[in-house]
Design a protein around this ligand. Structure first.
Ligand SMILES: *[C@@H]1O[C@H](CO)[C@@H](O)[C@H](O)[C@H]1NC(C)=O
Length: 931
């Protein structure tokens, strides 16, 4: 491509840059880089002040001529994986540079010591390259530096500190971030590195080869919120003053050879995530801080020779999610108490000396394999004595809405908002997070929202954001793929790509509060996707290389062709099962859905062991429900309609459509369906703890105390609010009852069974006239009489459900209806509202639990005779939330509540508004003027 330049003072430099790249940006054409639309160039007074070209597929090297852009303030060439060779030392002449961001390229050689001349530099990110050699001490000269990231390179040697003749990193008193993980740094951590004048927030030295002991000086840096020294060769004692750093939220010292007593963490009350596993600590007994660090979500202390009885209070910390204490000497009786956190996700106590378990039913993952408890005759069959398969990944993918029959061209992807296009794809690595329950999709939904807002705020045309396969990787980073879909066009242009990339490379994107700092690597957005017309001709050096390239090309072509074919076959398969449907509607053949999979009869037969009796988990008039495992490992519940109770094709299709349209954490989600060989089957996510009815009746063995009941009621109410007020179209469930409220691992409610549900049209009537269906005892009397169905019919059923939860009685027992019973007995002037005879002893033995009276009031309101007198479900949700507050619960915590946000507790969180980045209005915005 031709480049015409006429500005003599800069054209030599730009020309040299472009010359050294294999493929300079297409838009770098014309005579005035400042005046026309040159991608990635920002000028001020005809001087180039910003170059941002991240993610544009640049290859080649970085020309040392860059030094001839002396007004440059920011340079970002991140995510150009083919950009290689050394970082030119001449960059050290760009003394106005504030931001140098070269993330995820292939730069090799040393970090040039000349970077130490960039005295205005505040942000230096060189992570994820192939840099070697040691960290130059000259970086100590960068007194304005706040962010130093050299993670994920091949750097070696010691961490430099100052001496009489040398500069060192201890001089970086304004720096908040030392991100040095994933290198080969060696030697001891110099005590001089830390002192009380520093403002460090994060010291992340994980996965290096550091040895020696942890210097006690680290206790002088009171601003620290995160320390990661795990995966090194550190030895010696943990300094006893570490607990001076009371603002610390993350402490990772695992996988070293630390010795001496277990550190005394008393007073570290902000500590949220603690991992001391796999060291060589002295034998010890349970330490007092075990029962006092009440902010913990995660405690990991494996192979640490700790003995004694695990304090019950550890399980009662409101945010605790993971307790991993494998291979210690804990003994006596394990008592989780009755008030353990509803967020508890994993308690792994393998290979300890625990004799007894003081709580019979424990719904989450508790592992006691290798304890005396499991060797005793009666307990050997206990479900806690087997080790469940380990999994670090969730299968979470942002759900796709109901997209009709859209089939995208094979090289494009379908966005969550039903558009086919070429997404920008990248991977984010969170260097730490404050949670460990990575199954909780709440976190990812918050991320999706944050990202959508980011693009909106920065006016980047993004249609939607999709999050894929979050998992904890081998470095103990949370790794997530992001897909960003263009809005209103097939592909992003180079300007969009550079903007999006820059939002991540310079950490403009502020991750939500439970996520720590991250780095991001963009996948190349290829020329085809950028819509480039000119194809680069590969230069083939020598016959051998040429042959290799050619055969590779052939292989790639074959793979591509096979993939195309597979996709085509899949598309045909997908539409076939519906071809035979006898649909009265004239429109399309396949159900209007996206998300649930079509599954063959054979597949489901296999996954349920030929519908084996031992896999049966439910039965009713409609047929039977089986537990099974799909080929991808996902556990499912298969509802198989029996002959005679099959719905018509239209009804079956309508149920699938309804289910695929609704997505809410308190609704059971549909995984797939089968309409094959004369069968009708619906395949749901497997909800492990059975129905609310089974818990209330004592059948499932899960003991629901008052707080847990409130939590279940709130979940079910939220699901109904979603169906009534947020789903499009609005939906009446029509069969709310305790059999249809299922309980997941964390005893979250999941509303199921949409067999009777009805969409309510938008014709302003607010009701539909329909044949009366439902379950006796829960049925709205007004609907029964008028056949007019509204959302308020569900509210009535929900009221009955609330009464059922208080009494643990079926709605009609011995011919008497619970609503009439309660109304007759109620006396607000008495304890328990006069309901002693009726109340389930588990929640109130004579004394009413907090909020009981209001709960009864709410139930009575919901079962008003006249539908107009009943509250809306959103009002019900609000009232249950109020009741929970009375009961000392956090209704917004969810099963992973975080009442305080990470930001508010960190004071100087890097991305909070008081951050030191001295620019506003978006990444490298042109508002930055050189001073
Ligand atoms: C642990 O630290 C606390 C607070 O600094 C102190 O009061 C306590 O005595 C220490 N415990 C031990 C066993 O050293």
């Amino acid at each position: 491509s031709l480049i015409y330049l006429s500005f003599p003072d800069i054209d030599a430099a730009l020309h040299a840059l472009a010359e050294s790249w294999d493929n300079p940006p297409q838009s770098w054409v014309g005579s005035d880089p400042c005046g026309s639309n040159w991608v990635g160039i920002t000028c001020s007074n005809s001087h180039i002040i910003i170059i941002t070209l991240p993610g544009l597929g640049l290859g080649g090297t970085l020309s040392s001529e860059i030094q001839n852009l002396p007004e440059l303030v920011a340079l970002d060439l991140s995510y150009n994986k083919d950009l290689n060779g050394p970082i030119p030392p001449s960059i050290g002449n760009l003394v106005k540079l504030k931001y140098l961001v070269l993330v995820g390229c292939s730069f090799s050689g040393n970090i040039p010591p000349e970077l130490g001349n960039l005295v205005r530099l505040s942000f230096l990110s060189l992570n994820s390259n192939n840099l070697r050699g040691s960290i130059p001490g000259s970086l100590g000269n960068l007194s304005k530096l706040t962010w130093l990231d050299i993670t994920d390179n091949e750097l070696s040697g010691p961490i430099p500190v100052s001496s009489e003749n040398n500069l060192g990193l201890d001089m970086l008193t304004n720096c908040k971030h030392f991100h040095f993980g994933k290198n080969n740094l060696s030697g001891a951590i110099p005590p001089k590195l830390f002192h009380s004048d520093m403002h460090l927030l994060h010291v992340l030295f994980d996965s290096n080869s550091l040895s020696g002991s942890i210097p006690p000086t680290i206790g002088l840096v009171q601003s620290l919120t995160a320390i990661r020294l795990d995966r090194n060769h550190l030895n010696g004692f943990v300094p006893s003053n570490l607990n001076n750093v009371t603002s610390l939220i993350e402490l990772h010292l695992s996988n070293n050879q630390l010795t001496g007593p277990l550190p005394n963490l008393t007073g570290m009350n902000a500590l949220t995530y603690l991992d001391l596993s796999n060291n060589s600590f002295d034998e010890s007994e349970v330490l007092p801080w075990f029962s006092t660090l009440s902010s913990l979500t995660t405690i990991m202390l494996e192979y640490s020779k700790v003995g004694g009885q695990i304090p019950t209070s550890l399980f009662e910390f409101t945010q605790i999610q993971t307790v991993r204490l494998r291979n210690n000497r804990f003994n006596g009786t394990l008592d989780l108490g009755t008030n353990y956190s509803n967020q508890l996700y994993l308690v792994d106590l393998q290979n300890n000396e625990i004799q007894k378990l003081n709580y019979v039913v424990y719904p989450n993952k508790l592992i006691l394999d290798g304890n005396p408890y499991c060797n005793q005759g009666g307990s050997s069959n206990s479900k806690y004595c087997t080790v469940p398969p380990q999994s670090n990944s969730t299968t979470y993918v942002t759900p796709i809405l109901n997209c009709g029959n859209i089939v995208c061209p094979s090289d494009q992807d379908l966005s969550p908002r039903c558009n086919c296009s070429y997404p920008y794809v990248g991977t984010i690595y969170f260097r730490f997070i404050t949670f460990s329950n990575t199954d909780n999709t709440k976190y990812y939904q918050v991320l999706e929202e944050g990202l959508s807002k980011l693009f909106e705020d920065n006016q980047i045309p993004v249609d939607s954001v999709s999050v894929h396969n979050p998992h904890i990787n081998i470095d103990n980073y949370l790794q997530i793929d992001f897909w960003f879909f263009p809005a209103g066009k097939l592909r992003f242009d180079a300007y969009d790509v550079a903007k999006i990339s820059n939002l991540f490379s310079n950490v403009t994107f502020e991750a939500p509060s439970d996520f720590g700092p991250y780095y991001f690597i963009a996948r190349p957005y290829t020329e085809a996707e950028l819509g480039s017309k000119s194809q680069k001709v590969p230069v083939i050096v020598g016959a051998t290389v040429g042959a290799v390239v050619l055969s590779l090309t052939v292989i790639i072509l074959i793979i591509f062709a096979l993939r195309q074919k597979r996709k085509a076959t899949k598309a045909v398969e997908l539409s076939q099962p519906f071809g035979s449907w006898d649909l009265s509607k004239s429109s399309g053949s396949a159900p209007d859905l996206k998300g649930p999979k079509w599954l063959s009869f054979e597949e489901l037969k296999k996954c349920t062991d030929n519908f084996a009796e031992q896999n049966e988990i439910g039965a009713g008039g409609y047929g039977k429900v089986y537990q099974g495992t799909l080929a991808n490992g996902q556990q499912v519940a298969v509802k198989r309609a029996q002959q005679g109770s099959m719905q018509g094709g239209v009804e079956f299709r309508s149920e699938i459509e309804t289910l695929s349209r609704v997505h809410h954490r308190n609704l059971v989600s549909l995984v797939g369906f089968c309409f094959d060989q004369g069968e009708q089957m619906l395949v749901y996510e497997y909800v492990p703890n059975g129905s609310l009815k089974e818990s209330l009746s004592g059948k499932s063995g899960i003991r629901l105390d008052w707080k847990r009941r409130l939590w279940v009621a709130l979940g079910a109410a939220r699901a109904l609010t979603y169906l009534h007020e947020l789903a499009n179209p609005r939906i009446v469930h029509r069969d709310i009852k305790s059999n249809n409220i299922l309980l997941d691992h964390h005893l979250n409610a999941k509303v199921s069974d949409f067999g009777l549900s009805k969409p309510i049209g938008d014709d302003n009537k607010g009701y539909i006239t329909t044949q009366v269906k439902g379950t006796m005892g829960y049925l709205d009397p007004e609907y029964y009489m008028t056949q007019q169905l509204t959302e308020k019919s569900d509210v009535y059923s929900f009221g009955v459900l609330l009464l059922e939860m208080v009494t643990a009685r079926r709605p009609i027992e011995r011919g008497r209806h619970i609503v009439r019973e309660v109304r007759a007995a109620i006396d607000k002037s008495k304890e328990l509202c006069g309901l002693h005879e009726l109340v389930d002893p588990i929640i109130g033995l004579g004394i009413a639990p907090a909020g009981f009276g209001r709960f009864i009031d709410l139930a009575i309101k919901c079962v008003e005779e006249s539908s107009a007198g009943r509250p809306l479900m959103s009002e019900v949700v609000k009232e249950i939330e109020n009741i929970m507050l009375l009961a000392g619960m956090n209704p917004h915590g969810g099963s992973t509540s975080t009442s305080e946000s990470f930001v508010t507790r960190t004071r100087g969180h890097p991305y909070s508004s008081n951050s030191s980045f001295d620019y506003s209005g978006g990444p490298f915005s042109p508002k930055i003027e050189p001073k």
